[in-house]
Design a protein around this ligand. Sequence first.
Ligand code: ATP
Length: 334
Amino acid sequence: MSAPEPIVEVRDLDRRFAQVHAVKGISFDILPGQVVGFIGANGAGKTTTMRMMATLERPSGGSIRIAGHHVIRDPAAVRQVIGWMPDNYGTYANMNVFEYLDFFARAYGLRSSKRRARVEEILDFADLTPLADRPINKLSKGMGQRLCFGRMLLPDPQFLILDEPAAGLDPKARIEFKNLVRILAQQGKTLFISSHILSELGEMCDTLLFIDSGKIVYHGAAEQLRRGNQTTPNGLAAASQIIDISLIGDPTPLLDWLSLRPGIKLLDKRRDGARLEMTAGDDEALANLLKQMITDGLPLTEFHRVERKLEDAFVDMVRGLQNPPPLPGLNLPS
Ligand code: ATP
């Protein structure tokens, strides 16, 4: 089976402002159905990149194609397939939630009964039906964000670009937002979501793209980064595997067994087991370790790979880089 065609192709994308080189020749692909977290510190170049993808900013160099359309040569075709949610949006006085969505539905060319049906569908999806009559300048931050989300979805775009959508949301609104993202991903939409806080995106994105000072410093699966066996843009294989083991009786036989294996470190001992670290551990090494423990007669009741927090995984990864970037939303330990 051949690999799917990317829905987004960014090549050598560059943007210079008078004093600032904001985006420095970046390239990446996004595949259909991916939920990509675009992460970088303040000023790293996220909004500039997203605005170029949304046809709002002209690149100084390079190219972007979305669903086969070139953003410079054919911006109108690109706008037909994308949804754009900026990090802030204007509000209109004297307009309620229904009227706001209805106004944009008209602008998108939806007519009569189709328009009403679509607005009602969006109100339902974004959990705004009970708020349909509420003036939009009386909405909370979370409600306003759901409205903005709904507006973006009116024309049913394939590719959604969301700039810092979770910024300033309280925990409840953040969970509601994550649920909306999950449903859209299940519907097969492709999402590109920015944040300067890694933990904000970790749970909802399957792919992570880190930008630092206008350059991509990591692009890969979130899962792979957590597991630590990824290859960075510098070709570095990083990190180790942490494993929790439980066994029948006390852990003495396990400790004896470990003393003969220098590649495996004891991190912590419990009454019924231990936490181990396997250096240089890919999936195959892990499977071999389990097999060997069973073959050697250790009475295991549990063998469990501990997923690292994304922040820790990112710290491990950047430690291997020559000039590590600051960790978005965290201070990088020296
Ligand atoms: P934030 O998380 O703070 O929004 P960001 O990663 O989105 O940051 P950008 O807004 O893309 O970063 O900005 C990247 C750099 O480009 C910054 O140094 C910014 O000051 C600069 N920049 C962005 N837009 C302009 C502009 N119109 N004119 C001049 N400089 C700009």
